[in-house]
Write a protein of this length. Sequence first.
Length: 82
Amino acid sequence: MSKDDNWVILGRIPRDASNEWVIQRGEYWKIDVIDIRLHSNGKPTKKGVRLNVDEIHTLKNILEKVRRNENSRSEEDIEREW
């Protein structure tokens, strides 16, 4: 991603004092994509994922399934898995 690209920051998820996940939308090779990237001290790292918008819908469905499963389990069940 360069300054010339038309990227829009959709949100940020703080991780700790110097790291955060930055979620951006933009165009990459003429494809509308969402980039979820770890930033350290305000600079992007190589850790992250770039998905096209169709893939984002699939990811959303998977994450909703995970959330539903987490809500239906007790803390003891989750701790046993670890």
